[in-house]
Design a protein around this ligand. Structure first.
Ligand code: ADP
Length: 300
């Protein structure tokens, strides 16, 4: 029996892609897609040629996150063309193929796998420095498939995104063990939503606990602070949000012998950037998370 023609076709497509990075998470909602999108933006800003591939069939959030909802995929004689958000950043999402974004996709494994295969085989990326793959949460059929399909073409490794909570950390262990089993290198673990961090003056309301009275911070606090504690005007507040007494992802990474890439705080500006479908690295409103993300990306 000769080589699988699909795998041959995938290898041909991937021959023009230098680096392939999988972004994984044990659970949904931890910020995997946000991280994938921002990683792609950051690499593109460094003048690399970047592709972002979203294969989360049951919950593709990349189109919404990049303001690309309703986009249709164009086909040329070279294959399916990605949607370009920057001249050097092309995006391809399973979401573009689904007719109704509000409808649940109830597909069994084989159908999902064949779509993933088709994506890898038929999307024309051209020359790419990086292909960032936003995988579905967990370790399911789709993960085994993508690794299997890309294995021969060389995967750089996986970045695992988690929150500091135990429930999420436990699943990271599963992701790490999955990577070990299928022979994918763990590039590192990122702890997202690691505390809340924002300039003191960005808090919109202060509630006076005893009376339950709520005051508009912009007026009252600014006035009060200017008079009584002007140094607060430039301060950044940080709060833990989740209990991290267990040492969080950093300790766990150490225990599992995988690199810890860093922490990204909950940042309203990052959330807004994702809602608006843009990079959090650009513009005057670049939040605190951007600095954290930059450190992580430089580390990688
Ligand atoms: P996942 O891909 O893991 O399901 P998402 O990337 O869709 O998670 O993130 C879930 C929600 O949390 C999104 O609305 C996103 O904007 C928000 N979010 C993710 N990370 C942060 C962060 N560090 N600060 C603020 N909001 C965040």
């Amino acid at each position: 029996k000769g080589p699988d023609p699909d795998l041959v076709a995938i290898a041909e497509r991937m021959a023009t892609v230098k680096h392939k990075i999988l972004v994984l998470s044990g659970k949904g909602g931890v910020g995997k897609s946000t991280f994938s999108a921002q990683l792609a933006f950051a690499l593109a800003a460094m003048d690399f040629q970047v592709g972002l591939l979203d294969i989360d069939i049951c919950g593709p959030s990349i189109p919404k996150m990049l303001g690309l909802e309703g986009q249709e995929i164009h086909q040329s004689n070279l294959g399916w063309s990605p949607v370009y958000v920057e001249s050097n950043l092309g995006v391809m999402s399973i979401g573009f193929m689904l007719p109704h974004p509000d409808e649940a996709v109830v597909w069994r494994g084989p159908r999902k796998n064949s779509l993933i295969k088709q994506f890898l085989k038929d999307v024309y990326w051209g020359e790419l420095d990086f292909l960032v793959v936003d995988a579905p949460p967990g370790t399911s059929d789709e993960h085994i498939s993508i690794v299997q399909y890309l294995d021969a073409t060389g995967i750089d490794g996986a970045i695992i995104v988690t929150t500091p909570q135990q429930v999420s950390l436990i699943d990271v262990r599963k992701e790490v063990s999955f990577c070990k089993k299928v022979g994918v290198k763990v590039l590192g673990v990122v702890e997202n939503m690691s505390g809340l961090s924002q300039p003191v003056m960005d808090f919109k309301f202060l509630r006076i606990t005893e009376t339950g009275e709520q005051r508009d911070a912009t007026e009252w606090v600014t006035e009060y602070v200017r008079e009584k504690a002007p140094e607060l005007l430039n301060m950044i507040a940080f709060s833990e949000v989740f209990d991290s007494s267990g040492g969080g992802a950093e300790k766990m990474s150490k225990e599992m012998g995988v690199p810890f890439l860093g922490k990204i705080p909950l940042d309203p500006k990052l959330c807004k950037a994702a809602e608006d479908g843009r990079s959090c690295f650009t513009g005057p409103n670049c939040g605190l998370s951007a600095a954290a993300l930059k450190r992580i990306i430089e580390k990688y």
